[in-house]
Design a protein around this ligand. Sequence first.
Ligand SMILES: N[C@@H](CCC(=O)N[C@@H](CS)C(=O)NCC(=O)O)C(=O)O
Length: 282
Amino acid sequence: MSEPYTPPKVWKWETGATGGFFAKINRPIAGPTHEKELPVGKHPLQLYSLGTPNGAKVTILLEELLAAGFGGAEYDAWLIRIDTGDQFGSGFVEINPNSKIPALLDRSMDPPLRVFESGSILLYLADKFGAFVPHDVAGRAECLNWLFWQMASTPILGGGFGHFYAYAPEKYEYPINRYTMEVKRQLDVLDRQLADRPYIAGEQYTIADMAIWPWYGGVVTDRIYSAAEFLEAHSYTNVLRWAHHIAERPAVKRGRRVNTAELQERHDAGDFAGVGGPATAD
Ligand SMILES: N[C@@H](CCC(=O)N[C@@H](CS)C(=O)NCC(=O)O)C(=O)O
């Protein structure tokens, strides 16, 4: 157990007090810190993002849409460096008052439409192109059940477990135990769901898979948090089978690379050439 802490009557912001990896960007107030216009490219869809699991959800969907023949899904993806505070620039805050990637601007309409929150962006794009979300009422409801499950559950995985297991300046037993318990329960929820269906929402690959895979697929295949052994990831056999299967999709391979160190910006399919191999059609 760490030292007991008695909270003061009123919490005060002391820079650096939260410690850890995010100490220099965390702050208790919203709004912009500086003036900065966002760049605009040639396509109607402008994405401002970073290649984290939340960012990858959207670039995977955009690459899947393009692979499925929806040319209107062509997009410019601009890098938002959250470690240096790009998310607090005035232009970014205008399209996402919550200052978090990913954020999308659809310039195919006048005035341009802003979309923020990764789940909202996935649903917006899936509806816009009529793809990767089932058309029947029951199928759509099940897909959205799991999309919203991801949005609600993952803060426990990332902000809870991932923070205390991987990023906190010291290891504390209490939060690690608390969040490990819940993350293992979530992995078991997924494992049971995937026991008798190939994809999260049933027979069809949907935005629910695209939302869940970067996080939970990342944990079981040890891409994020280096916690696969700690969590006994090998025991979630259905999640592992699903995670490996989705990882093989060419659009997923492309989407994962966007806004990372190897491909900081993406403006057309040609940008993938020479980055982990050419951009092939699915
Ligand atoms: N619920 C949001 C979460 C987005 C989020 O947490 N983004 C992180 C990177 S993965 C971010 O931009 N962090 C910057 C910050 O907190 O200042 C979503 O799904 O879009």
